[in-house]
Design a protein around this ligand. Structure first.
Ligand SMILES: Cc1cc2nc3c(=O)[nH]c(=O)nc-3n(C[C@H](O)[C@H](O)[C@H](O)COP(=O)(O)OP(=O)(O)OC[C@H]3O[C@@H](n4cnc5c(N)ncnc54)[C@H](O)[C@@H]3O)c2cc1C
Length: 406
């Protein structure tokens, strides 16, 4: 098949191809596009399966019925400058030796490649999990969760014998995603119950977690989150390890069965399968190993940013967690380094600046650890809203962004 986009193989001209228009990839493209005014020989191409950018941090609100799915889909045509060529297609693999990205639309040649393909839900090979649970990693996924909840409540109203079970939503995984989702659902379900002919107290939300909730956070933050969840009526089961997902529900390793009408898995993420099947060097959860400039080890022509990059935090010795704030910072570093290559300047090593941790727990309250201060309640939720508002503003602003400030 002919290349969709050809690339010269020498000099500074040719293609820079960014794979993935999520937090990291979109920001590489936005930050680089203005800078390329001085480099007409360079073509910048962004590839994604969707023609929109997804504000993933808002997905628990979609899954909990408090936000429309379209509100978290930002059309790329509204935010990309003309300088960026966008190709909507499925990326299917890599021809590393030939420097080509393999896609459903044909191969795309590159001189520099940026991999920013994000994550997939990790089922940890738990039997039945992938088949019997929903996830919340895209706007479509989140919409399906709310639709499934709606159907389960309707079925519960029509079946008094199985009502308690059908009207129970079980969330597996008590990290930030699971806590946010459980909180949204617990606040919304009593409000919509009567629409289905159910008593407000009938729908229930259970949160099942193998360790403590919000593992790795301060004990104060965990206490505050547990307090809000309890207030909202969420039944939290910690140290409850899911051994299998069966037709009856989650079977725990101690033999207990957790029954429900809808099961959502938010127990962790891993790299997309096509990366595992490639020759790229991978580490924990299939993330790609990179050097301090975010280039693939022994492949300096490929950068990686976002969840897909395995970057060690010098403070802990562990890989940095898969977070949007880290994806954005890595995207900035990659954009600067691609620019530095064009200008023959030294590359910049990536350093992470922790802005803190903020989790919403329902549509009105939240918990936050920022600058060593832990808060819980309305203020933390306002902080979460402010972060999301600021993110949406930054996406718009970057379109007309001034490269001098880079
Ligand atoms: C429900 C939820 C809530 C979250 N909340 C927060 C939060 O509050 N704060 C925070 O910091 N982090 C949060 N995160 C984590 C955050 O969303 C991720 O760390 C962030 O999205 C990573 O950015 P990325 O660019 O690496 O990947 P993504 O944003 O996932 O982007 C990857 C892009 O690649 C595209 N893509 C992938 N594979 C292919 C393919 N084969 N072909 C074509 N295109 C492809 C996708 O369509 C997508 O556009 C949350 C995650 C989830 C799931």
């Amino acid at each position: 098949m002919d290349d969709v986009v050809n690339a010269p193989t020498a000099g500074s001209g040719g293609q820079i191809v960014v794979a993935g228009a999520g937090y990291a990839g979109l920001h590489v493209a936005l930050r680089l596009s203005t800078r390329l005014r001085d480099h007409p020989e360079v073509e910048l191409t962004l590839v994604d399966r969707h023609d929109y950018h997804q504000v993933i941090t808002e997905l628990p609100r979609v899954a909990g019925g408090t936000r429309a799915a379209d509100a978290v889909r930002i059309p790329l045509q509204d935010i990309l400058a003309e300088r960026v060529r966008f190709i909507q297609t499925e990326i299917t693999g890599f021809d590393l030796a030939g420097r080509r990205l393999l896609t459903a639309a044909g191969p795309i040649a590159w001189r520099r490649l940026v991999l920013a393909l994000g994550s997939r839900p990790n089922d940890f090979d738990i039997p039945g999990l992938a088949q019997r649970t929903l996830s919340v990693y895209s706007a479509d996924d989140a919409e399906q969760v709310w639709d499934a909840v709606d159907r389960a409540l309707t079925a519960a109203a029509a079946d008094p014998d199985r009502q308690r079970r059908l009207a129970t939503v079980v969330v597996g995984g008590g990290g930030a995603t699971g806590v946010e989702l459980a909180g949204e659902l617990a606040e919304m379900l009593p409000k919509v119950a009567s629409r289905h002919g159910l008593a407000p107290g009938r729908p229930a939300v259970q949160l099942v977690e193998a360790g403590p909730i919000l593992a790795g956070s301060s004990p104060q933050l965990i206490d505050k989150a547990a307090g809000i969840l309890s207030d909202l009526g969420v039944q939290v089961r910690t140290n409850a390890v899911v051994a299998a997902a069966t037709e009856e529900g989650f079977r725990l390793t101690d033999g207990q069965l957790v029954e429900g009408g809808v099961f959502v898995w938010a127990g962790g993420v891993k790299a997309p399968e096509l990366v595992a099947d490639s020759e790229l060097p991978t580490g924990h959860n299939g993330r790609v190993k990179v050097d301090r400039y975010l280039r693939v080890l022994d492949r300096p022509e490929i950068y990686v940013a976002g969840d897909l990059a395995s970057v060690t935090d010098p403070r802990t010795g562990h890989a940095l967690p898969p977070l949007a704030q880290i994806a954005l910072e890595e995207g900035e570093t990659v954009a600067r380094n691609l620019d530095a290559e064009l200008e023959s300047s030294p590359l910049e090593a990536f350093t992470f600046h922790d802005k803190g941790f903020v989790v919403s727990v329902g549509p009105r309250r939240g918990v936050a650890d920022v600058a060593g201060v832990t808060t819980g309640g309305r203020l933390a939720h306002l902080l979460k809203d402010a972060i999301e508002w600021e993110y949406r503003q930054s996406v718009r602003h970057l379109r007309g962004w001034d490269p001098v400030a880079m």
